[in-house]
Design a protein around this ligand. Structure first.
Ligand SMILES: [Cu+2]
Length: 119
């Protein structure tokens, strides 16, 4: 059995993180880290699904690693958020309050790129 780990994001004290991250949410959505995502190609739909993700503000966003063989680590391009290393079936969640575009990538496989738009 694989245990599911849901990690809450600790609210930081910088102006960026305190205004953009929150623990309160009203909706939920999931982003699958796809099997085979670590293979290099230009099709970003092979990395994360959905990609891009369009969500409303205060949506709880959860990445789930569906890649059986490969651990991944989700990181915002601007360092706003960063997951721990996620092995198969592990999850990482956060809430983005502030409207905007949030590009992210996998720190282990930097060609894996995703985008969240908070509307
Ligand atoms: Cu990866």
């Amino acid at each position: 059995m694989f245990s599911r780990v849901v990690l809450a994001v600790i609210i930081g004290f910088t102006s960026i993180s305190s205004s953009s991250l929150s623990c309160a949410f009203s909706n939920e959505t999931t982003i699958d880290i796809l099997s085979g995502a670590a293979q290099y190609d230009d099709n970003l739909e092979n990395d994360f699904s959905p990609n891009p993700s369009m969500v409303g503000s205060r949506t709880k966003i959860t990445w789930i690693n569906k890649d059986f063989r490969v651990p991944h680590l989700i990181k915002a391009d601007n360092d706003l958020f960063k997951s721990p290393m996620l092995v198969f079936d592990q999850e990482y969640s956060l809430v983005l309050d502030k409207k905007g575009i949030y590009p992210y990538h996998c720190e282990v496989h930097p060609w894996m790129k995703g985008l969240i738009e908070v509307r």
